[in-house]
Design a protein around this ligand. Structure first.
Ligand code: SME
Length: 167
């Protein structure tokens, strides 16, 4: 695995992602442990893209009531965050329920948004699939309004496809 992350100095977000995605690929090559890989991916995204908050919520079976699934906080970088999110709740729960990317330019205008931090202003959430079901979501939060666009969706989508290889 690569031990040093080469940080692109480009001011262009697309260029920074283009440098990052192959490095993420080599970071996880040969390692099958899900927590180790998700931890390094969260750190690499934080280091290279300077996100305010970046991390994973993983679909897990709840003990009580038995059988019900929830999103549970996984590896992340940034301030402490909510630990559990119900199906369909907030932006992450909506991405899980609708099985699609959620791009939210202003979280205050998203019905049911879960405010883990009042500093969070915009957000993108992308699902990763295993056997056609959502296995986890990547949540990226910004302290600026309207901070995510199709460029983030494209390259973070590539990261999700890499994650699906080890899920
Ligand atoms: N805002 C998210 C919850 C997770 S945190 O912001 C880290 C949501 O509405 O799903």
């Amino acid at each position: 695995m690569a031990e040093v992350l080469i940080l692109s100095q480009s001011t262009d977000k697309g260029e920074r992602y283009k440098s990052l995605v192959p490095q993420i690929e080599s970071l996880i090559t040969g390692e099958s442990d899900v927590v180790a890989n998700l931890s390094n991916i969260a750190a690499a995204l934080r280091q290279s893209m300077n996100f305010f908050w970046v991390g994973f919520y993983i679909v897990k079976n709840n003990a009580m009531p038995a059988g019900r699934q929830e999103l549970v906080l996984g590896p992340f970088q940034g301030p402490i965050a909510c630990t559990r999110i119900a199906f369909g709740k907030g932006v992450c729960g909506a991405s899980w329920k609708e099985k699609k990317v959620m791009l939210v330019p202003n979280v205050d205008e998203f019905p049911g948004h879960i405010a883990c931090s009042s500093d969070s202003k915009s957000e993108i959430v992308l699902p990763a699939f295993k056997n056609n079901e959502v296995a986890l979501v990547l949540d990226v939060d910004s302290d600026k309004l309207n901070d995510f666009d199709k460029t983030d969706e494209l390259y973070l989508g590539q990261v999700m496809r890499l994650i699906e290889k080890f899920l």
